[in-house]
Design a protein around this ligand. Structure first.
Ligand code: F6P
Length: 374
């Protein structure tokens, strides 16, 4: 599988380009559909060679380099349906501040750039979120690498694109969780709290909450009070409905305004735990019986939905076409029902959070869903 640059089969007589492809940051459904599309377009459309780099920039940091040539065998329909990424990925190990075993951090970016040179690629396609793009772009600028970005993240917080690969699948999983929670909530007269991912953006919570019939949706972009949440649930119960569904995004702060995080190995933290706080507060204020479900990484796995496969395929093909046109430092994007491309700098300018005045927020309010602010 992995082979060193010395074993490369590239010869001076290779007709076309050689491109590198890596997946970076948290995985999500649809990454393999991207890989399939890139390979299909590069080989069938242009006769190029594609090197799949293992575990994001880690594959370029390790010696021997960790990569494999991807051929048309990868481009079958099987991989289209497969969750995760066959290349592996990492959301740790920023080469500009690489965590060393002794606890220090070191700038190892020149080693990564050297890895790209050893690989002998003409261009690199990075599939990532805004954090990965910021790192890859800096590497590209410092190392003279021809970079094209493909946005992926269940959080859907990359700018300049209506959708990133993985988002729709995560929303579908969260919606299905609400579908499953509703009957058990009704059977037991309970208030069910569902905590969903989304890091600093409430897109998953808002979309799944609307699609899954939630009564309350809490997102980090709209400040809430527990009094407003409790009053809404009490009103539902007074009207005779015996259950309620609450969706809370992981980045919603606690009652004192602090973010709720879990300590992870290696000194990092991730969001998690706000659902339990909201559950206890609802139980205390309304007297309702409550239960909490933390959906977690279930939202990242499984088969991609049809629309994630569609976007992934369009993104992969367009990214290769950008390279063919010599158009670098750009990101493919989904806008107005079609694939386009934008400067990478625009896409990572700021994270795309939920606009509190957006049409979907208006829809939620129009349905009588409480956003915890009134
Ligand atoms: O960015 C994707 C994401 O799934 C976030 O929604 C979540 O906060 C985070 O990654 C979890 O990270 P990890 O995979 O390190 O637990």
């Amino acid at each position: 599988m992995a082979k060193s640059a010395g074993e490369s089969t590239k010869t001076p007589s290779s007709p076309g380009k050689t491109i590198g492809l890596l997946t970076s940051g948290g995985d999500c459904a649809g990454l393999n559909a991207v890989i399939r599309a890139v390979v299909a377009r590069a080989i069938q459309g242009y006769g190029w060679r594609v090197y799949g780099i293992r575990h994001g920039t880690m594959g370029l940091l390790r010696r021997p380099l960790e990569f494999e040539e991807l051929d048309l065998r990868i481009s079958t329909v099987n991989i289209l349906r497969l969750g995760g990424t066959i290349l592996g990925t990492t959301n740790k190990g920023n080469p500009f501040a690489f965590p060393m075993p002794d606890g220090t951090v070191r700038d190892r970016s020149t080693e990564v750039i050297d890895g790209v040179r050893q690989l002998g690629i003409d261009a690199l396609i990075g599939v990532g979120g805004d954090g990965s793009f910021a790192i890859l772009r800096r590497l590209a600028q410092e190392g003279g690498i021809n970079l094209v970005g493909i946005p992926k993240t269940i959080d859907n917080d990359v700018g300049a694109t209506e959708a990133s690969v993985g988002y729709h699948t995560a929303v579908m999983v969260a919606t299905e969780a609400l579908d499953r929670l509703q009957p058990t909530a009704a059977s037991h007269d309970r208030v069910m709290i569902l905590e969903v991912m989304g890091r600093d953006a409430g897109h998953i919570a808002l979309a799944a909450g609307i699609a899954g019939g939630a009564d309350v949706i809490l997102i980090p972009e709209i400040p809430y009070t527990m009094e407003a949440v409790a009053a809404h649930i009490s009103k539902i119960r007074q009207r005779g409905r015996n259950f309620a569904l609450v969706v809370v995004a992981e980045a919603v702060p606690d009652l004192t305004g602090r973010s709720v995080r879990q300590q992870r190995a290696g000194g990092t933290t991730t969001y998690g735990g706000i659902g339990h706080i909201i559950e206890k507060a609802i139980a205390g204020l309304t007297g309702a019986e409550t239960r909490v479900t933390v959906l977690g990484h279930v939202q990242r796995g499984g088969q991609p939905t049809w629309d994630d496969r569609l976007i992934a395929s369009a993104f992969g093909v367009h990214a290769v076409d950008l390279i063919a046109g010599g158009r670098f430092d750009r990101m493919v994007a989904w806008q107005n029902r079609r694939v386009v491309d934008v400067p990478l700098a625009t896409a990572i300018e700021r994270p795309q959070q939920v606009d509190p005045d957006s049409a979907l927020v208006h829809t939620a309010r129009g349905l009588g869903i409480s956003l915890g602010d009134a």
